[in-house]
Design a protein around this ligand. Structure first.
Ligand code: NAI
Ligand code: AKG
Length: 423
């Protein structure tokens, strides 16, 4: 089997990523050489990761790190801990990182990693050992100038601190630049924890204004209530919007008068889920939030939540993709045809990687910015790119996703060609 054949075996998210990439390559009339280069991950590593339980039992997990494209700079992208992680999913997420970094014009390529572990079944010590074993496996291909991980589903700043420590222990010196999303004590940036959500909320505001819904009290549903979903709900609530429903993997809750989001977050901190929150009604399934009649829907959980089977139930006017790949390629086309404004992931959730880049810039300068400074630089970058995408969509007569993809893919293609097709 040739290399190309191996990469042709896809899973759902990777199929979506390739479908959207190929559509963009067609629109841009990319030359066959560069077209083929951009379709293939540059480097992949899969490693066996022992999970040593607190009672000494050992379970073998699998971890991956995929670097999709490095033409514009070191690989950049999160590390996911989930039992559903698989190599093709990581390939898709790595490819999306390439386009996201290019669209936001930050000097990174695209990468992503993950381990097949359910963090909710592990103690902190078990997770620390998994993280250290994973880093010793992928250590040879990560580093401040080669590939810089960050948080994603199931990981957080504590995980980043362990990665930094494991990598530094091997190097024999502190290497804070090997990860972003670190705690402040290790050189993290103000505002990184909520940065993705700040970007989502900011772009949601721009999108609502774009469709003439800039009045207060917009109704909102959020699918996924982790870092991105819970912070987005908080910020939209603070902005005066009515967050009427939220879901996580255990269930969903609804209150037509608007949820008290800070109070709901306290419930989640105590119980681990939105499920069972007393000041709201339960919905039959988590996915029931997708069919609610709301102005704004924020899918902020995982890939392929809106698909051919449920897309016709969606009644929101505006969808802002907090998650990566939450809408399948086919369902996305159907939403475009139905006139729903969809702000694509590579723009909508880019706030996280933008502030990761700011973390790196601050560390380089040895100069730390205030939370307000980080926030205003983030807002400025997101507004700028939003305008570029809207202008291109209007000039090309396409939707926002096509415009964002075309801008990003063209930028990466140009870099690859300038390097003699290096990537
Ligand atoms: N953390 C970050 O800075 C960034 C995250 N993203 C993306 O945002 C999405 C969410 O990431 P995080 O909030 O960091 O993860 P997280 O692990 O903090 O939260 C994930 C949430 O989604 C829920 N969930 C998972 N599967 C679900 C399902 N099938 N149905 C309903 N709810 C489900 C979980 O219960 C949890 O509430 C992912 O697509 C991630 O790749 C994108 C950019 C940056
Ligand atoms: O902050 C980063 O470097 C990457 C965040 C990420 O994984 C993403 O944007 O999907």
């Amino acid at each position: 089997m040739t290399v190309v054949d191996v990469f042709e075996r896809t899973s759902g998210p990777y199929e979506d990523a390739l479908t959207r990439y190929r559509a963009s390559a067609d629109r841009l009339a990319l030359e066959p050489g560069v077209r083929s280069v951009l379709q293939h991950p540059r480097r992949e590593m899969s490693v066996a990761v022992p999970l040593v339980r607190d009672d000494g039992r050992v379970e073998m997990l699998t971890g991956h790190r995929v670097q999709h494209n490095l033409a514009r700079g070191p690989g950049k992208g999160g590390i996911r801990y989930s039992p559903l992680v698989d190599l093709n999913e990581i390939r898709a997420l790595a490819m999306w990182m390439t386009w996201k970094c290019a669209l936001l014009d930050i000097p990174y390529g695209g990468a992503k990693g993950g381990v097949t572990v359910d963090p909710s079944t592990c103690s902190a010590d078990e997770l620390e050992r998994v993280t250290r074993n994973f880093v010793s496996g992928i250590g040879p291909i990560i580093g401040p100038d080669t590939d810089i991980p960050a948080p994603d589903v199931g990981t957080d700043e504590r995980t980043m601190a362990w990665i930094m420590d494991a990598f530094s222990t091997t190097a024999g010196r502190a290497v804070p630049g090997v990860v972003t999303g670190k705690p402040l004590a290790l050189g993290g940036s103000q505002g990184r924890v909520s940065a993705t959500a700040h970007g989502v909320a900011h772009v949601a505001d721009l999108a609502l204004k774009h469709v003439g819904m800039n009045h207060g009290g917009v109704t909102v549903a959020v699918h996924g209530f982790g870092n991105v979903g819970a912070w987005t709900a908080t910020l939209l609530h603070q902005a005066g919007h009515r967050v009427v429903a939220v879901a996580d993997r255990f269930g969903a809750v609804w209150n037509g008068n608007g949820l008290d989001v800070p109070d709901l977050r306290r419930h989640v901190a105590e119980t681990g889920s939105v499920f069972g929150y007393g000041k709201a009604d339960p919905l039959p399934t988590a996915d029931a939030v997708l069919g609610l009649e709301v102005d704004l829907l924020v899918p902020a959980s995982v890939e392929r939540i809106i698909h051919e089977g449920n897309v016709r139930q969606v009644r929101a006017n505006v969808i802002v993709e907090g998650a990566n790949g939450p809408i399948t390629a086919t369902a996305g086309d159907m939403l475009d045809d139905a006139g729903v404004l969809v702000v694509p992931d590579i723009l909508a959730n880019a706030g996280g990687v933008v502030v990761s880049y700011f973390e790196w810039v601050q560390a380089q300068q040895g100069l730390w910015w205030s939370a307000d400074e980080v926030r205003s630089r983030l807002d400025a970058r997101m507004t700028d790119v939003w305008r570029q995408v809207v202008e291109r969509a209007s000039a090309d007569g396409t939707g926002l996703r096509a415009a964002a993809m075309d801008r990003a893919v063209a930028r990466v293609a140009e870099a690859c060609v300038a390097r003699g097709l290096g990537h």
